[in-house]
Design a protein around this ligand. Structure first.
Ligand code: KIV
Ligand code: ZN
Length: 392
């Protein structure tokens, strides 16, 4: 039977999550920067890394050092500057790529190789045994250089599950600290992710952190990430605003907020900084944050319709899931065609005046008439209307 999330059922979910700490690996600077058309300067990457560090993500994937001289420089500088979050850098499962990570002095490497038949046959042109051998050698090599090692199975969600478990077991036995299920083309859906995470947990023995990396090709990245945690994963890969290859990755602000505020997991995130960091990333990526974006969009805590404004002004939780200040946002009352008298009274009171029934009605009529003509009602317009009505 489905249970609607009443206060009681949310408490039940939160009880199950109690005391479980979830790790966030932010890959805004690596997978995020792979967003078509994006290229950040070293200075921009450092500024974003410092903001992510302040936000409290556990790991910052700073880049892919073998890619270019600038990328190498950025990773090296981020590894030097950032204190708090772990700095990790990407490397294919080969010595040359891992050497670049070592040279950049990053303390952790994220090494990967594909495990699906499709990738092994057409891209890698390697047999499954060769893939295992390559993965194990890469992990052993990185461990012998003292790195923390996270191993990703690329295209894991389209891989044979028994083979996937075999690869993961081999790399864990070789010393990998973390293993990651990559949903490279975003084809997983929550029930499959639940199965896959449970399967890997039960079939791969050892002391490792289990992670997922979800792409958003079908708009499932956040749901899949949260489901993975519910089913035993310890870590999720995220990017601020969901930036990334194609349709992007699981959005940090959505995954983190859902895990903390809906489920009650513990995260190291300082949520009061999340809106500020989203703006820094949007600015450097040259993006406009969609107004209806969860948690960080301009409308995430904005209200216009009469019923909602009345509710929110009586008790904010009637039409808000959380206090906006918890995520560094502000409540906005927007005046427009859908407004009711409570919103006009609110503006009048904000101006230090006493709302009068006849005046409120006249102002509201004028607002609606302007809105019907297609005029966008700004806060200043309403103030002007109030001033005219009150003669102040
Ligand atoms: O999507 C993906 O498979 C990746 C890997 C490098 C983990 O980004
Ligand atoms: Zn990816």
């Amino acid at each position: 039977m489905l249970i609607a999330p009443t206060q009681n059922s949310l408490d039940y979910i939160r009880k199950r999550a109690e005391n479980r700490v979830v790790r966030l690996l932010d890959t805004t600077l690596r997978d995020g920067e792979q967003m078509p058309g994006i290229s950040l300067t070293v200075h921009q990457k450092i500024e974003i890394a410092l903001a992510l560090n302040e936000l409290g993500v556990d790991s910052i994937e700073a880049g892919f050092p073998i890619t270019s001289e600038g990328e190498f420089k950025a990773v090296k500088m981020i590894a030097k500057e950032v204190r708090g979050s772990e700095v990790i850098a990407l490397a294919r499962a080969n010595k040359q790529d891992i050497d670049k990570v070592i040279e950049a002095e990053a303390p952790a490497v994220h090494t990967f190789i594909a495990t699906s038949d499709l990738h092994m046959r057409y891209k890698l042109k390697m047999t499954p045994d060769q893939v295992i051998e390559r993965a194990v050698s890469a992990v052993e090599y990185a461990k012998s250089h003292g790195l923390v090692v996270e191993f990703s199975a690329e295209d894991a969600t389209r891989s044979d599950v028994q083979f996937l478990a075999k690869v993961f077991q081999a790399v864990v036995d070789a010393g990998a600290d973390r293993i990651d299920i990559a949903d490279t083309v975003g084809v997983a859906y929550p029930s499959y992710m639940a199965f896959l995470v449970s399967y890997i947990r039960s079939n791969v023995k050892g002391n490792y952190i289990l992670s997922v990396h979800c792409h958003d090709d079908f708009g499932m990245a956040v749901a899949n990430s949260v489901t993975a945690i519910e089913n035993g994963a310890d870590q999720v890969h995220v990017t601020m605003l969901g930036v990334g290859e194609r349709a992007g990755n699981a959005a940090l602000e959505e995954v983190a907020s859902a895990l903390a505020f809906l489920y009650g997991y513990k995260l190291r995130i300082d949520f009061s900084k999340i809106n500020k960091v989203a703006k820094i990333v949007a600015n450097h990526f040259g993006l406009v944050i969609p107004p209806n974006k969860a948690i960080v969009g301009a409308n995430a805590f904005a209200h216009e319709s009469g019923i909602h404004v009345h509710g929110v002004l009586s008790h904010p939780l009637t039409y808000e899931p959380i206090d906006p200040s918890a995520v560094g946002a502000e409540r906005r009352i927007v005046i427009g065609k859908h407004s009711g008298r409570h919103a006009i009274e609110y503006v009048i009171k904000q101006m230090g005046l006493e709302p009068r029934e006849d005046a409120v009605k006249r102002i509201l009529d004028r607002v609606k008439s302007l809105a019907d003509q297609g005029v966008k009602i700004s806060w200043d317009t309403v103030i002007k209307l109030v001033k005219e009505e009150y003669g102040v």
